[in-house]
Write a new protein. Sequence first.
Length: 186
Amino acid sequence: MTDPKGAALTLKKLAELHQMTTGDLLNIWNDPAPKAISFNSRYDLPAALEIEIARQMSDNSGIPLNEALRLSMYTMAVQSYFAQKSAGCGSSQDFWFAVTASRNTWGSAPRGMWPVTSFGPKEYWAEMHYSGSLGTIMGEISESVGRDQVQYPDSDPARIVMCNVSAADRRLRKRAAELGIELNDR
């Protein structure tokens, strides 16, 4: 996420772009996201877009900002978005990502490191991640849920979280232009 040679944003500029303090930004990014940010780094457009996506998912939806960031990063939505843009694919349709989660019953095997949910030790969550056009991911979700209901009858689809990555990119670039912050494409 950090490219010291071509990155244009300091931590202070990144925080300004997202209308946050540097401390707030660091707290969100470091808890529990797998990548840490330090005050000495410079940041690129993908790093800024990861945060914009998380903010878009969190605002007015009840998803905590750090959880929204985790979902985005684990889905690799930003990398997939820039890969399809550079390949010239799907430029006429917005790029989305989705995460579905099913509630499952834990069997007799040792639980090991698998986390216990708030529903107790007999249940666990299983997540699936999707990215692409809205039509593509909706079809994949429908197919996956149907397949799971046949193969795993005790698995209950319980949650779908979706985000329009293209919209986040457009809004981020618009705000950057308004603030006079230059965002360089990869």
